[in-house]
Design a protein around this ligand. Structure first.
Ligand code: SF4
Length: 65
């Protein structure tokens, strides 16, 4: 699951520019994250988005069963 620190987020949009199939944005330019566990393929894209965030506002949380 992707989580975001809304205080740290500065709205650059690098995350949804990097992974638009996974991260949407609202009309104010704030990211909208998928509210669910991600598939393996989605997690790889999420890692790209996390790396692209200059504010380190995104975190990929991995659940272990
Ligand atoms: S790249 Fe980071 S700072 Fe920019 S909108 Fe996405 S989460 Fe926010």
């Amino acid at each position: 699951m992707l989580t975001i620190d809304r205080v740290a987020c500065a709205g650059h949009g690098m995350c949804y520019a990097t992974a638009p199939e996974l991260i949407d944005c609202d009309e104010e330019g704030d990211p909208i994250l998928p509210d669910r566990q991600l598939t393996e393929e989605e997690s790889a894209r999420a890692r790209d988005a996390v790396s692209a965030c200059p504010e380190r506002a995104l975190t990929l949380v991995t659940a272990f069963a």
